[in-house]
Design a protein around this ligand. Structure first.
Ligand SMILES: [Cu+2]
Length: 277
């Protein structure tokens, strides 16, 4: 039998015997194993805010949806690479000419559209939940600067805001972070709270969080902001309300004198003016 005849035989069998059911079965088994394995992995640090459980569940759902899609696609890719590979250096055959397949196109547009739409709605609900306005919210102003975070606690009755380079928060009290940047883009990220927002020069961004577990957690800058970016790490301490109050009073006393000398009042007047309306 000549090589040409052999090839002709192969071509016929290629068209007849695409083992769709077998690939689906392999893809499904791999998906079950894959989902089981990724859910075993502990992806996150401690949960230290009320937003954390919702974000973690969302992440698990994203994994459960995307792992099977990835593995089913890879099953077809691996099958195609092996089945339709060139047989030897002289093999220059083309695949069969195919002119569209309306049913297939409708399927591959509709299914992804439905999946991403549902995930978008779910993500929006989780985000909306976090951004809900809560009574007794405390505002903390955050300023990113190469390469450190600075914090301000506005005080009632037009009193001087308390400035600090440490972030201390009372447990179970809702906080609204108002975030600004002094120089370039930064991103204010507290992994244990599962919340992050860019700090953008010229505008104030914000997010809300309710820390619900006492302890010390990392604050990191999540936007490459210059040579010292990786050192732009601080700590947030979540403490009991009474401890927070005494800390704040202490900072108020100590910070009062330092703020006058070092930073002057012009910057403060500006931020007060912005906060007024
Ligand atoms: Cu930064």
């Amino acid at each position: 039998m000549s090589t040409a005849e052999e090839r002709a035989d192969e071509e016929v069998s290629e068209h007849e015997a695409v083992p769709l059911a077998k690939m689906l079965a392999i893809g499904t088994v791999l998906s079950l194993i894959g989902v089981f394995l990724v859910l075993l992995i502990d992806w996150f640090p401690a949960q230290a805010s009320t937003a954390a459980p919702g974000v973690d569940t969302l992440y698990d759902v994203l994994l459960i949806v995307s792992i099977p899609i990835f593995l089913l696609v890879m099953t077809v890719v691996v099958y195609s690479v092996m089945k339709f590979r060139a047989r030897g250096p002289g093999d220059m055959r083309d695949g069969a000419p195919i002119h569209g397949n309306a049913r297939l196109e409708v399927i591959w547009v509709t299914i992804p559209l439905v999946i991403v739409s549902l995930l978008a709605v779910y993500g929006w609900i989780v985000l909306d939940d976090q951004e809900e306005t809560k009574a007794n919210t405390m505002v903390v102003k955050v300023e990113g600067q190469q390469f450190a975070w600075h914090f301000q606690y506005p005080q009632p009755g037009g009193a001087k805001p308390v400035r600090s380079d440490d972030l201390v928060l009372p447990v179970d009290r809702p906080v609204k972070f108002e975030i600004r940047a002094a120089d370039v883009l930064h991103s204010f990220f507290i992994p244990a709270f599962r919340l992050k927002s860019d700090a953008v020069p010229g505008i104030t961004t914000s997010f809300r969080a309710t820390p619900n577990k006492e302890g010390d957690y990392d604050i990191v800058c999540a936007e490459l902001c210059g040579i010292g970016h990786s050192t732009m790490r601080q700590t947030v301490s979540v403490v009991p309300e009474a401890k927070f109050s005494s800390w704040l009073a202490e900072q108020g006393k100590a910070g009062g004198e330092a703020a006058e000398g070092a930073t002057g009042n012009s910057d403060e007047a500006e931020s007060d003016a912005r906060g007024a309306p």
